[in-house]
Design a binder for this molecule. Sequence first.
Ligand SMILES: NC(=O)c1ccc[n+]([C@@H]2O[C@H](COP(=O)([O-])OP(=O)(O)OC[C@H]3O[C@@H](n4cnc5c(N)ncnc54)[C@H](OP(=O)(O)O)[C@@H]3O)[C@@H](O)[C@H]2O)c1
Length: 240
Amino acid sequence: MLMYVVTGGGTGLGRAIALELDRNKERVLITGRREAPLAAVARETDGRIGYLAGDNAEPAVARELAAAVTEPVQGLIHCAGGNPAIGRDDPDGLDEVAALLDETVAGNLRSAALTVTTLDEHLAADASVVLFGSIAAERGVGFYGPAKAAVASYAVGLAGQLGARGIRVNCVSPGYIAETEFFGGGLSAEREETLREQTALGRVGVPADAVGLVMFLLSPAARHVTAQTLHLNGGAHPTR
Ligand SMILES: NC(=O)c1ccc[n+]([C@@H]2O[C@H](COP(=O)([O-])OP(=O)(O)OC[C@H]3O[C@@H](n4cnc5c(N)ncnc54)[C@H](OP(=O)(O)O)[C@@H]3O)[C@@H](O)[C@H]2O)c1
């Protein structure tokens, strides 16, 4: 039996991905800092989805995660992350700037690095690792955009390291996705309309849009896809 680890699996994109894996009869372990959303997903799946509460940017939690893994990990989907500046006043003075920068890098890049490192020896021979970047990396949003750009770069180096073992590593970079907790209390209708207008498709993303792309990256159909950033934004950020 193989298993899948979905960090940030209690809400938003991670929750949708974990539930889809469960529907596919896969064994799934989810993480997050708050226990309540994780326990809700466990209940929703009659206890089939297991969970570990803790901050994935902390080495002690990373060690606990490795200890909780009981089977070779076929897929590691690192959704944990976010922009701690949302809903807060701008940092006032150098100490607050430094603290916000450290928190943003820890939540996004350090959490990815510790999660991958701790699970390295548990990854199956043909495992797929999916990290989450953001359109903010292209736009430059405070410290969050740079932190997500670093995650995408980290995925490239990791793909080079793990490729010899047949393990693929990619970065999914979403634009605005509604129905998540990313923006805390949500966006104003006006701001959401602006983001919708930026897409070519004239619609904002929903978690199910990420599920399809991630399932592809986890599947043998993506066997030659590695070291890539895959953009998921309805055309809001075109690439050539
Ligand atoms: N929604 C968007 O528009 C959007 C756009 C671009 C990129 N993204 C990225 O997509 C990923 C998924 O976000 P989402 O949209 O699904 O938002 P979300 O609903 O806020 O999901 C993020 C999840 O990660 C968990 N988390 C955050 N920091 C963590 C940490 N240090 N350790 C463990 N768990 C942590 C959160 O739970 P706890 O708070 O309980 O820890 C939450 O369940 C994130 O990396 C986000 O940056 C989202």
